[in-house]
Design a protein around this ligand. Structure first.
Ligand SMILES: Nc1ncnc2c1ncn2[C@@H]1O[C@H](COP(=O)(O)OP(=O)(O)O)[C@@H](O)[C@H]1O
Ligand SMILES: [Mg+2]
Length: 442
């Protein structure tokens, strides 16, 4: 039995995840008369706390998210600093990320039921539309854009509620930290063409990302993820989208039409708002007879992931009894990931050493990457090392001979090492000078 580590007024019970910028802890706050509440604490990584830009980004995330109170957005409750560490407190959301739902359902059932895919994305549309529309009490629009919509940033609870999280790189009016011109933020394989190109963005970039999530859930395939950053970048820039029904003929035509519209390269041809997308999706569901309400999602979650829910409950009560080890030991248990979080941390480290062996084949007729083959890295975020940090530079042109970009994360690629020709020229010059000197000396 261990005592949880005290952090301000909170007890840190278990480390849920470690991301590029922060650690996510399950924590408990206690009050009078036996009051206890589980919360999640997102704590900026120590190594980033010395960097003003990251601190501002973190503070912005909390400030932006705190303005949002909606059933489909994870609530932020507090922003603070303890022992020099910045942290925010959020509601604890028990469930699975959409990434986990996609991968596990594909493994267990061979697919994500179309009704579930549509229901999940419809709820995500609702949360994002609320954020897009959010204004100050005096009516000034906040112009919030999430910019990082991805299956890892959507949680489905066992009650069938979908919640959007991680406003870490959200754009908003009044944001303190600024994106430098030409910098790209976000997870590469869920970006829109305009985001990839570093162009100005509006809410329709989130519509595009929702289209990617829906495409992937319905086809059980990754849409833009390729073997290298450059290939992914090219695929997105061209908005290279195969017709969903060629990959899964069970997809209803109207659902396909929604996916295709959300994924238009030109933002003017997409749904103008996430609300429009939700409406179209719900209409398609009605005409296809797809039942994807919160009630249906809850039934699906319970029937497909009953074991996961029980496991989360078990881990949770263990954590509350302090039986999961101390925070100092950084025991990796994730009620969200049901014990798979150790992998997350390990893989985060391993990402720096990724080679082309780990990377994915291009989406093709038979080489299409599906979630079945992606299961080993269940909780691994799918960003390339170079794009792991929130702020990244535009990708370099592809190195002629290499498929994979193996630059350390956060370091802008130079587009290859110094060409051998320069070494050759330098060496020849030295030889020439020595020769001339020898001739003169003679
Ligand atoms: N409030 C929460 N409740 C439950 N799980 C959460 C919560 N916040 C984050 N997580 C888990 O931690 C992961 C990383 O959190 P996130 O805020 O997305 O951090 P990052 O900025 O590192 O991506 C999520 O994908 C989710 O699995
Ligand atoms: Mg995230």
């Amino acid at each position: 039995m261990h005592n949880p580590v005290r952090f301000g007024k909170y007890d840190l019970l278990a480390l849920l995840a470690t991301g590029g910028m922060a650690e996510i802890w399950l924590a408990r706050v206690s009050g009078m008369a036996g009051f206890e509440k589980l919360v999640v604490i997102k704590r900026l990584l120590d190594k980033l706390a010395i960097d003003h830009e990251y601190v501002e980004m973190f503070l912005d995330e909390a400030r932006i998210n705190a303005r949002l109170t909606h059933s489909h957005i994870v609530q932020v409750l507090e922003l603070g600093q303890v022992e020099g560490k910045y942290f925010m407190v959020m509601e604890y959301v028990p469930g699975l990320t959409v990434s986990q739902v996609g991968k596990r359902a594909t493994k267990a059932l061979g697919e994500v039921p179309q009704a579930v895919a549509c229901g999940v994305v419809a709820q995500a549309c609702s949360g994002l539309h609320y954020a897009h529309e959010k204004a100050l009490p005096d009516g000034t629009p906040l112009d919030i854009i999430h910019r990082d919509v991805s299956p890892q940033n959507l949680i489905v609870t066992f009650e069938g509620l979908v919640k959007v999280l991680d406003f870490g790189i959200a754009k908003a009016h009044g944001r303190q930290s600024q994106t430098r011109t030409g910098l790209v933020k976000g997870k590469f394989s869920y970006m829109s063409p305009e985001q990839c190109l570093g162009q100005s963005l509006d809410r329709r970039t989130d519509v595009f990302a929702l289209g990617i999530v829906l495409f992937e859930l319905c086809t059980a395939r990754r849409l833009f993820k390729r073997g290298s950053t450059y290939e992914t970048y090219t695929a997105i820039s061209n908005a290279d989208v195969p017709a969903p029904r060629t990959l899964n003929d069970k997809i209803h035509e109207e659902v396909e039409a929604v996916i295709v519209k959300a994924l238009q390269k030109n933002p003017d041809h997409r749904f103008a708002t996430a609300d429009d997308m939700q409406e179209a999706l719900e209409k398609a569901m009605r005409s296809a007879g797809l039942q994807g309400t919160a009630l249906h999602l809850a039934k699906f979650m319970r029937s497909a992931f009953g074991a996961e829910e029980q496991e989360q409950q078990r881990l949770l009560s263990q954590a509350q009894r302090g039986e999961l080890g101390s925070a100092a030991e950084a025991v990796q248990v994730s009620p969200v990931a049901a014990a798979a979080a150790a992998e997350t941390a390990a893989n985060y480290v391993a990402q720096d050493e990724r080679t082309s062996v780990d990377l994915l084949p291009p989406l093709g007729e038979d080489s299409g990457r599906n979630w079945k083959s992606d299961l080993d890295g269940d909780e691994v975020e799918d960003h390339d090392p170079l794009f792991d940090m929130k702020t990244t530079t535009m990708p370099p042109p592809p190195p002629a001979s290499s498929q994979a970009n193996t630059e350390p994360r956060g370091v802008p690629a130079l587009g290859g090492s110094i060409p051998t020709i320069y070494y050759f020229l330098a060496f020849s010059s030295v030889v020439l000078i020595v020769l001339i000197a020898w001739l003169i000396a003679r």
